[in-house]
Design a protein around this ligand. Structure first.
Ligand code: GLU
Length: 304
């Protein structure tokens, strides 16, 4: 398959899709990003890369960090993780409190904010410096020793993280959170601020496409069993409260973030990432979703 030509066709076809979504502005530093950015990168399991547009421009990975934090915690604590967080879609906004109250502080899944705050708390309990451990893991799997937190974005989010503080305090009142809330939300905001580009993200997701083995790291980053499980959670919980329509349109395990990035996995073939900052009403990249839909339509590489 001529992936480079396919990426070029998609980029051209996306022109009319700009202006239909809105750049996230609830974190002030995200509102400054230019809305017309578009990049895509493909990382085949043999290590071959293809890219287009702004694929080398860094952006804030936001919720995509939840995917990598989940991996790190599964590596550290194994199945214990599921005693503190579920694996069901929430059917609610990413930062919703509604279910959490009904379900006594037990978050539905690790990809909504409450669940991600729990996984970050678990890493803190198992690590002397959770922020550094997360950063080093991202550098390892992206094969890029320069990926780092964007401290302007982290500070901007920390200053407005009232709902995330509320979620953490509520869960602490139910005994779900072990560590001090201020330190926990500080690390959570840092992980969300991680600044990476489409090439970094496709590379970092490669193990999920290849039974845990990354040809770039030349190492088994994840067990085959965890890959099966993480891909399942991505498919069912990875794109906010639109997982059904996302699976219908794209048909791949996916994780998105409000920075406009999306990573998707074609099992046994590739990891693919796209970035375009305008979001649909659920928080997924508007153009990015359309681009991935076109990709699986042209290539017939949906898992279905
Ligand atoms: N840092 C964001 C928040 O907690 C992440 C949201 C997202 O990308 O879904 O609000």
């Amino acid at each position: 398959m001529n992936y480079q030509a396919i990426l070029e066709n998609i980029q051209e076809a996306m022109a009319p899709e700009f202006g239909k979504g809105r750049v996230a502005d609830y974190i002030p530093a995200l509102a400054n990003v230019s809305p017309n950015k578009f990049g895509m990168a493909i990382q085949l399991i043999d290590g071959t890369q293809f890219k287009i547009g702004d694929a080398n421009e860094n952006f804030s990975i936001q919720s995509i960090s939840k995917l990598f934090m989940l991996q790190l915690v599964m590596r550290n604590v194994g199945d214990m993780i599921w005693t503190k967080v579920g694996k069901e879609p929430s059917g609610d906004a990413f930062n919703s409190m509604v279910l959490l109250e009904n379900e006594k502080g037990f978050p539905r899944n690790p990809f909504i904010n409450a669940g991600a705050i729990v996984t970050t708390d678990m890493l803190m309990s198992n690590s002397k410096n959770a922020a550094d451990q997360f950063k080093n893991y991202m550098r390892l799997i992206s094969n890029n020793p320069s990926v780092d937190f964007d401290m302007d974005v982290a500070k901007s989010e920390l200053g407005t993280a009232h709902v995330n503080f509320a979620l953490a305090h509520f869960m602490k009142s139910h005994g779900v959170i072990n560590n001090p809330i201020d330190a926990l939300i500080d690390i959570y905001c840092k992980q969300c601020s991680m600044s990476m580009n489409c090439v970094d993200l496709a590379t970092a997701s490669l193990a999920l496409a290849n039974k845990g083995y990354s040809a770039i790291c030349n190492d088994s980053v994840l067990s085959e069993r965890n890959v099966k499980r993480i891909n399942a959670v991505m498919l069912t919980c990875g794109t906010y409260d639109s997982v059904g329509s996302f699976a219908y349109r794209v048909g791949l395990p996916t994780k998105s973030g409000v920075g406009g990035g999306i990573v998707a996995i074609v099992p046994n073939v590739m990891a693919i990432s796209v970035w375009s900052p305008e979001l649909d009403r659920f928080g997924n990249s508007y153009v990015g979703t359309a681009a991935l839909e076109m990709f699986t339509t042209i290539t017939k590489l949906s898992i279905f």
